[in-house]
Structures are given as C-alpha cells and as structure tokens.
Ligand binder design. Structure first.
Ligand code: NAD
Length: 491
C-alpha cells in the first residue's frame, strides 16, 4: 500500500509529512495544531515518528532511530514539536543534528506584535530574524587543550554566508519588505564575522531596491530590544540568531507565540521557537500558537496558501476576541483564560472569519524560495608564511618561554610573537597581563619567503626534542597576497 501512496497522494493533491509530537508540552500543542489545520482543510497525510526523551533514555544518544531518519528523508517536510534534551553529558541536541544532517541552512523566525490584544511594550513591531542554521560555534567542535583552557571552534564558510544572506534578500523581495539588516561582531572577529559582513556587502549590491545596513551585534541587539520597529529583516550568524530570536519573540508578548521554518535545498522542518516547557506539561496550559505559526509556514511552503491564510486569520480573530492562554492572559485586555484544547477549539470556530482590528493576512506569494545552488569560486593563490604553535606551559614569564623557543628556530624560521588568550605578551608584554598555561607562539620566515610543511615537521620535531609540550598548530596562510590570520592583540 505504502508503494502506491505517492501516486494516490498525487491524485488527491495530498502532501505526506512527517510529524513528531516531542516531549513536555509537545504532544498537547501538536494535537491542537493538527486539529486546527486538518479542520481547516489541510491536504496532508501524516506519518508519525518517535524522537526525543524516550529514545534518548532507551540508550540512543542521538535521540532518533535510523528508521525515523528514513521517514524524514523520504517525506522531506517535517513538523516537529519541541523535544527535551536530557541534562548531562553524552546527549547531542537532536534539533541541531537534524538541521545540519538535512542541510536546513535557513531558520526564519517572524516576530510580530499583536497590539492591542497581546500586551507588549512594542506596539508596531514586525520583524523577521533570519538565522544561519548550520555553522558558527554550533559546529560543536570543542577540546580541552591544557589544564586551564578549553576551546570551541567557530567555523564560518563562504557558502554558508552566501546561502543565508541571499535567502534573506530573496525573502525580503518576496515578502515585499524594505530593508535587510546584518548583525555581526566583526570589529573583534575580523576573519569569521568579517567574512559574514563582507559577503553581506557583496550580495546587497545585487538587490538595489532593498535597503541594507550593518550593525555591530551588541548595539544592534540593544536597539532591537528597545526600538524593534526600526528593523524589518535581520540576518545573522547562528548563535546571535538563536539568542536574539528568543528576545524578539518574548518582547512581542510571549515566547509561546513564535514559529520557525528551517529551510534547506531538499528538506524543511517547521517548529515553535520555544522548548518543551516540562513544568507546564500535561496540564492543558500551553499556548499552541508557536507551533501553529510553524505549521502555517509549512502550509505556505507546500503551496497550500489558501488554507494557511484561513488558519492565520482565524488565529488572529481568536486573539482579537480576547481568548488567551495563561502566558498572554492579562486582566483588562483578555476576555477568557483558556487551556490548550479550548484555544484550539476557539480557533476552529473562527475558521472562515477575519480579524477586524488586526490586519488580516493575504498570502498571495508565499511559495518555497528556490535559490541557485552555490557555485564554488576559483581557488586563490595560497602561500604558507609561518605557523602558530600552541604550547602548554606552566611558567609565568614569557621571556623565559621565548628563550626556550629560540632553541628550536632553524633556517630563517624565527619566533616573532607569543600571545596568551590572544593578547601579545612577548616581545614587550605588560607585567600586568594575566597569563594562563596556554601560549600561542608564532613562527615566521623572513617577509616574502614561503615555508613548507616539512619545515613545520622539523620545527615540531625540534620542540619534541626540547620537551616543549605542543598541543596544536595552525598554519599561517596568505591568500591572494593578503595575510589571512589575525594579529596578536596589541601587536
Ligand atoms: P522552554 O522554551 O521550554 O520554556 C521556558 C518557559 O517558557 C516555560 O517554563 C514556560 O513558562 C514558557 N513557555 C515556553 N513555551 C510556552 C508555551 N507554548 N506556552 C506557554 N508558555 C511557554 O525552555 P527551557 O525550559 O529552557 O527548555 C526545556 C527543554 O526544551 C530543554 O530540554 C531544552 O533542551 C528543550 N528545548 C527544545 C527546543 C526544540 O525542541 N526546538 C528548543 C529549546 C529548548
């Protein structure tokens, strides 16, 4: 029967989707969401999978069984309720794994205030956060390197930047939005956030009709929390987007109101932005709106825009009627405090209705965006200029360490700098600078002279012979005539 399902679905115009009811409040908000969209006429066939806490606790550290992956990959569209990642080591977040395994590079999180029906300090807020979803510190590559220092690698790639930034501009164009803002911290992270900003400047040129601007994330975040109406679409690297989209959702009235779409070239996943709220579970209390918003984005994505529109307008009308769950209930504004199921019933009763004060939606052009595939650029001319050798050393006087390191120099490859947590401590460091047991020791050849990998091996062999505890190295490259590594702070 399963064999013929795609054919039958085609004939009936049905889309088969994967559904996971998740943990905590997940099953309650998923039942409410499915009830609403199916009553509204969504043409979907549901294939349910089990993911999350039960699977983790059965001994599967990824929280999902291989058969469930097959279902997700076959159906391509995934509606997922929040899941609980058990505390303690050894369990990997299934959300991050799913986004990365399926190449869901774009995380779209609209945050709109619903004044005067949902209490908020920001009455005209209507912004969309587009969060890069696959890289940055979420690569999860972490190591302890010395007694005192652990490291997390921040990876930012050109394809990653191009894909998400182009998505942000295409989204703005499709949704008739006027401005795309980029948040980074490239005054500090000149290589990683610097690349994100640079690619933003390049791609913005292709969209002359859309205003563009860049803010340093700290003041940008402050401005967004204070004056969100100054923003329209905001694109940013993964970690900043994770943090700021919760802030943006919360200041519209409740984190329980916002949904999110995770979009890739082949697959997509739709969810609420909040977690499984275990303290609220099983009490018919939770607001299903966040997951419902995710489901509405899903309906648009699979081309069922009329149903999406009908559900969104019924939801707006319900909020306008003052029928509110506990998280947005406010005396004087709300009329009736309801539970999850009653809220869903109220939305169902309003199907076909439109809000009268809040603006009714009309989804004329909300189909899935089809972006061109990333084209790899021609390789640059790459020259090896030196190497940073990271050393575990328990001493405290950098001059003493420099003395040891001079003993391993050879040919023209010389020690040029030592830093500790990035700040230059040799030559000419400050005695006030606090030093840990983790030292970056930069070796370079004379200006303009290339070194090779064998030179690095010789340098490391010299270090081993002198009992210097090398913990890792980073090659210092020059790409197309430009040094592509950071200076020491204070250098
Ligand atoms: P949370 O978002 O689950 O809940 C924080 C608080 O926000 C709740 O206690 C509740 O007061 C409120 N809240 C959240 N959603 C609500 C809703 N729909 N209606 C009403 N109130 C709501 O955050 P947490 O407590 O930090 O995380 C709980 C679990 O969820 C953790 O295991 C975490 O790993 C997981 N989590 C999962 C996802 C996901 O599946 N996408 C995302 C974030 C967190």
């Amino acid at each position: 029967m399963l064999k013929f399902a795609p054919l039958i679905n085609n004939l009936l115009n049905m889309t088969r989707i994967t559904v996971a009811k998740g943990d905590g409040i997940g099953p309650e908000i998923m039942d409410a969401t499915l009830d609403i969209i199916l009553t509204a006429g969504a043409k979907i066939e549901i294939e349910e999978i089990e993911v999350g806490e039960k699977v983790y606790l059965s001994g599967n550290t990824s929280g999902i069984a291989p058969e469930a992956w097959n279902t997700i990959r076959r159906n391509k569209v995934f509606l997922k309720a929040p899941i609980t990642t058990p505390q303690g080591g050894g369990y990997k977040s299934l959300n991050v794994t799913t986004r990365k395994f399926l190449g869901l590079y774009s995380n779209v999180r609209p945050c709109k205030s619903l004044h005067p029906y949902v209490s908020t300090k920001h009455q005209v807020m209507d912004l969309v956060i587009i969060r890069e979803n696959e890289e940055d510190l979420y690569a999860g590559i972490e190591h302890q390197q010395t007694d005192e220092v652990v490291q997390c690698l921040k990876l930012i790639s050109r394809p990653g930047c191009e894909k998400i930034i182009r998505y942000a501009f295409e989204y703005a164009k499709q949704q008739n939005r006027k401005k795309v803002t980029c948040f980074t911290k490239d005054n500090i992270m000149k290589q990683t956030d610097g690349l994100f900003h640079k690619v933003f400047e390049e791609i913005a040129q292709e969209y002359p009709d859309i205003e563009n601007e860049h803010w340093i994330i700290d003041i940008g975040a402050a401005k967004m929390a204070d004056t969100p109406e100054a923003f329209d679409v905001i694109v940013m690297p993964n970690l900043y987007g994770d943090v700021l989209s919760d802030v943006a959702a919360q200041i519209t009235g409740s984190v329980g109101l916002a949904g999110s779409a995770n979009i890739g070239e082949e697959c997509s996943m739709f969810e609420a932005i909040h977690g499984s709220a275990p303290r609220r579970a099983g009490q018919n209390l939770a607001n299903p709106s966040g997951l419902l918003q995710g489901a509405i984005m899903m309906l648009n994505h699979i081309g069922q825009t009329a149903i999406a529109e009908k559900v969104q307008n019924a939801w707006l009308k319900t909020l306008e009627d003052g029928i509110h769950t506990y998280d947005i209930f406010k005396e004087g504004i709300s009329k009736q405090k309801v539970g999850t199921r009653e809220f869903a019933r109220a939305v169902i009763a309003n199907l076909g209705e439109k809000p009268t004060v809040l603006k009714a939606v009309s989804y004329s052009n909300n189909a899935a965006l089809n972006l061109p595939k990333y084209k790899r650029k021609p390789a640059a001319k790459k020259v090896l200029e030196g190497v940073d050798v990271f050393v575990h050393w328990n001493g405290s006087n950098p001059d003493e360490l420099a003395g040891k390191l001079h003993e391993i120099e050879f040919k023209d490859i010389n020690l040029t700098m030592i830093t500790n947590r990035g700040i230059k401590v040799w030559p000419e460091g400050f005695k006030e600078t606090f030093c840990t047991d983790h030292w970056r020791c930069r070796f370079k050849s004379r200006v303009g002279v290339e070194i090779n990998k064998t030179d690095i091996i010789t340098l490391l062999q010299n270090a081993v012979d002198k009992n210097i505890d090398v913990i890792k190295t980073e090659n210092l490259y020059n790409f197309d005539g430009k040094a592509a590594y950071s200076l020491g702070q204070g250098q």
